[in-house]
Design a protein around this ligand. Structure first.
Ligand code: ADP
Length: 402
């Protein structure tokens, strides 16, 4: 038997198939550019071999149909055929205040996902389409929704409220929700098992540094604060998002640059962050490092701003937690960039954080410790695996259902 994970986005549907017994990945893939020119399906088999094909898919339902045909052997492919699916886990971005854990999908859950369309207009609608397509195509197979926001539902009121009129929270639900919850939960669990310590006894600062970046303070296995807020725009500086900003800058842009709300939204979400500050036309750190090596001072500054923000949040969360046992680095940048880890932890000796340069320089895909022998805090690099966390949570719920 197998567990299928579906991540339906606005123009793509990602899927991963795990063996139910040991959660070994047997197939992985993505249908991308759905409804656009050049729609393709890329699939990876259990040996890690990728295959790509052009396809004519115009919506989420057709994409899920195509994936079903591949997995059940109706279409020619070198990935698993004749698959029997015991359960399907869906990544859903926003569960608002009504969802605080993963849930088996039913009418009520679908209604809540719909109610959160306004909070996540780019993500929740395609997420729900993915669920409804699977209900038709894999009729009778139990479906589970795993929410990006759910892990942060334990954040206390004093940390999730903004200093705005209370009515805006009560009536419009404007508050901190936080995102990347599945990743922060996965690396926290993994850190505890790697260190052979009960998760409940650890104070963890989890740094998810990818295109999107967020930091979460985890106490007793629960999120107590996180850097992303009402939307993923708040907090750390990111690939193209600005992160924390004086809100008055928005009025300045309206008045002095005559930008409207859509243009400002675009500026803050897509043209800022490393992309905007480095000014080389790329948000990819590898390109930014390359430019730095050829003497571009502005790219050095962008990296300084990026890492200074990470350090500030580590410091803030050390105090929010009342101490730190573990700092975790994960996602594309966190897992692959020794320099970013080094700069983010530089000068944190007084907090008990000291990185060992040799251990930090090792590049591989395993879970590893990079702190020096004198460091009181463990510093870990943990490859994140959101799909596996969704599969784990799906499996747990399927067992409970029995
Ligand atoms: P997403 O948030 O889209 O899931 P990832 O977690 O895959 O993103 O992170 C992507 C980012 O990771 C890239 O934009 C790139 O900046 C960074 N990255 C990947 N590999 C390296 C590397 N070897 N060195 C520095 N940065 C890297």
């Amino acid at each position: 038997m197998h567990i299928l994970i579906i991540n339906a986005g606005s123009s793509s549907v990602k899927f991963t198939l795990f063996k139910k017994d040991d959660l070994k990945m047997v197939a992985d893939g993505i249908v991308e550019r759905i409804g656009l020119k050049g729609t393709k399906i890329h699939t990876k088999n259990s040996e890690g071999k990728w295959t790509s094909k052009e396809t004519r898919v115009t919506d989420t339902r057709q994409a899920v149909g195509l994936i079903a045909d591949l997995l059940t052997g109706k279409n020619d492919s070198d990935i698993q055929t004749g698959v029997d699916i015991a359960g399907i886990g869906h990544r859903v971005v926003h569960g608002g205040e009504k969802i605080n854990c993963s849930v088996v999908v039913d009418g009520r859950v679908k209604q809540i996902i719909k109610e959160c369309f306004e909070l996540a207009p780019l993500h929740n609608p395609p997420n729900l389409e993915g669920i409804e397509a699977c209900e038709d195509i894999f009729a009778g197979v139990p479906q589970v929704a795993v929410f990006d926001t759910a892990f942060h539902s334990s954040i206390p009121e004093y940390a999730y409220l903004y200093g705005l009129p209370y009515a805006l929270y009560k009536e419009d639900k404007i508050r901190r929700y936080g995102f990347h919850g599945t990743s922060h939960q996965y690396v926290s669990r993994t850190a505890a098992s790697f260190l052979n310590k009960p998760l409940e006894e650890l104070k963890i600062i989890s740094c998810h540094l990818g295109n999107g970046c967020s930091i979460t303070a985890v106490a007793e296995g629960r999120s107590i604060d996180t850097s992303m807020g009402f939307t993923p725009l708040e907090g750390l500086m990111m690939g193209t998002r600005c992160g924390d900003l004086d809100p008055a800058i928005v009025f300045y842009l309206m008045e002095h640059k005559q930008l409207d709300s859509q243009q400002i939204n675009d500026l803050l979400n897509k043209q800022s962050g490393l992309f905007g500050l480095a000014g080389i036309g790329s948000s990819d750190l590898r390109d930014i490092f390359e430019a730095s090596e050829s003497g571009n001072r502005q790219t050095d500054t962008a990296v300084e701003v990026f890492t200074y923000r990470i350090k500030k949040y580590i410091g803030a969360y050390a105090f929010a937690l009342g101490g730190i046992d573990v700092v975790v680095f994960t996602a594309g940048i966190g897992e692959n960039s020794p320099l970013i880890r080094e700069l983010a932890c530089q000068g944190l000796k007084n907090l008990g954080i000291i990185i060992d340069p040799k251990k930090n320089a090792i590049v591989n895909k395993t879970c590893r410790e990079i702190q020096s022998n004198e460091s009181q805090v463990k510093v870990l690099v943990i490859p994140t695996d959101e799909e596996k966390e969704i599969a784990l949570q799906t499996l747990e719920l399927l067992h409970e259902e029995r």
